[in-house]
Design a protein around this ligand. Structure first.
Ligand SMILES: Cc1cc2nc3c(=O)[nH]c(=O)nc-3n(C[C@H](O)[C@H](O)[C@H](O)COP(=O)(O)OP(=O)(O)OC[C@H]3O[C@@H](n4cnc5c(N)ncnc54)[C@H](O)[C@@H]3O)c2cc1C
Length: 458
């Protein structure tokens, strides 16, 4: 590794190559509680810099672990042993916004809200909105195929990626996709890199699709005495042909945690709440949709439906939803946020079974998530210093995944696999699928130097 670090420093200069322990610690974490310090952290400023790093790493067979803002929740950007942590955060330029073709070309390290704000200035909209949009990069979002509340109506990150610039494991630069909207020439390599979690190539630039910014929005907070009623309401709204921009579910424990941390005046005697938002460019249609959704909520057992009357009230509702994760983090020394998806019709059963697991093991499991997509985030609250609690958490995680699979769902809707979900991959996909994915991995990365030990079980 000494020789590798010397070559990296000679080629890129000291300012882009960090080796001091105090610096390296900053590149040892992601959004989980795992940690491993890399041997060196490199901060490229261009695609050519990335090529240089990859060529040196390939020559010496040294692993490279790409990272954006390290907000990932699956251990994906935790450095592997003896690896280079490759942080893309200095590659944060928005290179072009094209208002006619409605596209933007961005470097991988652009923060999601920076892109949103830049395109909004010309009346455009980049819809994918992970709750971490202030702390995650476009590259990380592409590598995980990130989702968010708005994805019910607008789709996930991958639906907005038209083309990529990727540095391959041998240092070659691959361009995928392009500016035409329709493009079926050859295999869809863009989609292959979406969700590949840094295991097939290093994404350095992306061409993203934009849409016209919706002019009007209405948001409602709906209180339910029964979590079952809340879950059933989600299906009733969608079955009525209403497609809200968001349909978010929070259970009573989530509500209590948010209220304790934020003092927003949320009710503490309900079992669940939904946040429903409609948007569009025809104000009457947007109002009609939220009123229709509200009517359905009342018919399916809602105790109260409050439609935000102004932007301040709307911001308060969203502050509640976006504070779930930070509020939970204050409740217990550790939390483990899972990310299962189930068919929408199975949400009530999934929630019931998860609550039974919580009671069985005596640890709180908070459930919230993108109910419209059937994407639930059961969060286990615990103290990792207590061996009994940690052993229980490992059991609970297995139980949650089995509930998802049993209900014809799967392990992850948006956070990816990283290392955390590796043990369950064969159960989820079967050996044939894992075998095919290994063939793809070996074709792109025969030396296994790109984020080894992630996504695919041995
Ligand atoms: C409070 C909180 C809320 C969250 N809410 C959501 C949510 O609503 N929806 C959601 O989907 N996720 C959410 N997440 C998870 C996380 O923010 C996403 O997974 C995000 O996409 C990670 O982006 P990042 O830039 O932080 O990537 P990192 O965490 O740095 O990396 C994630 C993975 O991508 C790979 N990677 C990163 N950059 C590149 C690149 N340029 N080329 C190749 N591979 C790369 C890494 O190797 C790693 O495997 C949340 C996390 C937190 C902490």
């Amino acid at each position: 590794m000494k020789e590798v670090i010397e070559k990296l420093t000679d080629a890129l200069g000291r300012s882009k190559v960090l080796t001091a322990p105090i610096d390296l610690v900053a590149y040892s974490f992601d959004g989980t509680f795992e940690q491993r310090v890399p041997d060196v952290a490199v901060l490229p400023e261009s695609t050519q810099d990335v090529v240089t790093v990859v060529k040196i790493a390939a020559e010496h067979g040294v692993p490279i672990v790409a990272r954006g803002m390290a907000s990932g929740l699956a251990g994906g950007s935790i450095p592997s042993a003896g690896s280079i942590a490759l942080s893309l955060t200095r590659m944060n330029r928005i290179l072009q916004i094209d208002p006619v073709d409605m596209t933007a070309t961005v470097e991988a390290g652009v923060i999601v809200t920076d892109l949103e704000a830049a395109v909004a200035k010309v009346g455009l909209f980049y819809p994918p909105d992970p709750s971490s949009n202030k702390q995650s990069t476009i590259g990380g979002n592409i590598a995980c195929n990130a989702g968010g509340p708005r994805c019910l109506k607008y789709g996930v990150t991958g639906d907005y990626i038209m083309g990529l610039t990727v540095v391959l494991a041998n240092g070659e630069v691959l361009k995928t996709g392009g500016r035409p909207i329709k493009n079926v020439v050859g295999y869809d390599l863009t989609s292959l890199f979406v969700g590949s979690e840094g295991t097939l190539g290093i994404i350095t630039e992306a061409l993203v699709r934009l849409v016209a910014k919706p002019q009007f929005v209405r948001t409602a907070l709906v209180e339910f005495d029964s979590l079952d009623d809340a879950s059933r309401t989600v299906n009733a709204i969608l079955a009525a042909g209403i497609v809200p921009a968001t349909l978010e579910l929070m259970d009573e424990t989530a509500i209590a945690c948010i209220e304790e941390a934020m003092k927003l005046g949320l009710p503490l005697d309900v079992e669940a709440m939904l946040i429903i938002e409609t948007d569009g460019s025809d104000e009457e249609a947007v109002v009609r949709e939220i009123e229709a959704a509200a009517r359905i909520c009342r018919e399916t057992g809602a105790r109260q439906v409050s439609v935000a009357q102004d932007e301040a009230e709307r911001a308060r509702l969203w502050r509640a939803r976006r504070s779930v994760s930070p509020s939970l983090a204050r409740k217990a020394p550790n939390k483990l946020g899972e990310d299962i998806t189930v068919p929408r019709s199975a949400i009530p059963e999934a929630v019931r079974r998860i609550k039974a697991v919580s009671a069985q093991y005596g640890l709180p499991i908070v459930v919230f998530g993108h109910a419209g997509d059937g994407n639930l985030h059961p969060n286990i609250l615990f103290d990792r210093r207590d061996p009994a609690q940690w052993a229980a958490v490992e059991q609970i995680v297995g139980e949650i995944f089995r509930i998802a699979l049993d209900l014809e769902g799967t392990l992850s809707g948006e956070h990816g696999i990283g290392t955390f979900k590796l043990p369950y991959m064969v159960e989820a996909l079967g050996p044939t699928s894992i075998g095919v994915q290994w063939h793809i991995k070996r074709a792109f990365d025969p030396q296994n130097i790109l984020n080894p030990g992630k996504v695919l079980p041995q």
